[in-house]
Design a protein around this ligand. Sequence first.
Ligand SMILES: C[S@@+](CC[C@H](N)C(=O)[O-])C[C@H]1O[C@@H](n2cnc3c(N)ncnc32)[C@H](O)[C@@H]1O
Length: 287
Amino acid sequence: MTAAAEKPGGRGRTAAVTATDLLTATASRIADAFHGSLPVRDLYSPEGARMYDAFTQEDHSEVREFLRLARGCPGPILDLACGSGRLTLPLRALGRDITALDSSSEMLRILSERLTQARAHVTGQVNFVEADMADFRLDHRFGLVLLGATSITLLDRLGRAALFERVNAHLLPDGRFLLTALEFDGCSDIGDETVRVVIAKNGTDPALHLFTEQLDPAQGIRTVSILRQTLHGGEVTHSELFTTRVHTVTVESLRAELEAAGLAVHARHPVATGGSAYRVTLLECSS
Ligand SMILES: C[S@@+](CC[C@H](N)C(=O)[O-])C[C@H]1O[C@@H](n2cnc3c(N)ncnc32)[C@H](O)[C@@H]1O
């Protein structure tokens, strides 16, 4: 499977680099231990979308912070890089129209299924847009644009500049742009690696997810890999490895880039992370 080599801007794909080429440290040793039989996939492939949805089933991080701030920003909501709706679904409790934008048709398909399952309990319209968050044009503006799950790291500097310009063009005069960022400030060791385990459901059976990440601050790169093993009757029935490479950016750099794009940072809100290796900050911005 070819994967996550990015064009300038961090938005495109080339066929030159495979997902296997991106593996680092622990993930690489895991792949070796399977003697080449382990499928290695892009985290943002269709298979990766289904894994991400299962992996984050019980992940409620950022939800409380986004809901609290969203209550103070009237008007329609634009959820950028919405994925399978980890934030979109709880935001529906506000009863406002939401536009859910993602570049993955599979993520939007899963979100649509989730909405159908949740229909009895929620209000407000959800519109789906399959698009690049750094290159979208919608026919109206929003009281709130949000970018959660520290997904700003999916874009490089050029991609971020394009995104911020698009966000500014889609904000109502009193609108707010909320985004979360990892605090990379002070992280310096190449080879830093954290490992954690998440057990989620695969239908009625458990699926074991071993999450590893490695930071290379000098290159401005963070590599994330997740080994997923599905089990049935106590036996492993399938193993797959998912990987992606994202861009590190300090909160100070982000603030400068936002300001260069005409977006002022009004406030920084700490986000509860439940023991993550990094701190997460929610930046509240407006035109
Ligand atoms: C880390 S997930 C976040 C999903 C969701 N917001 C959450 O909080 O769990 C990142 C999402 O960004 C999407 N994505 C990646 N690159 C994108 C781009 N350039 N434009 C729009 N979506 C993108 C992926 O398909 C994925 O659904």
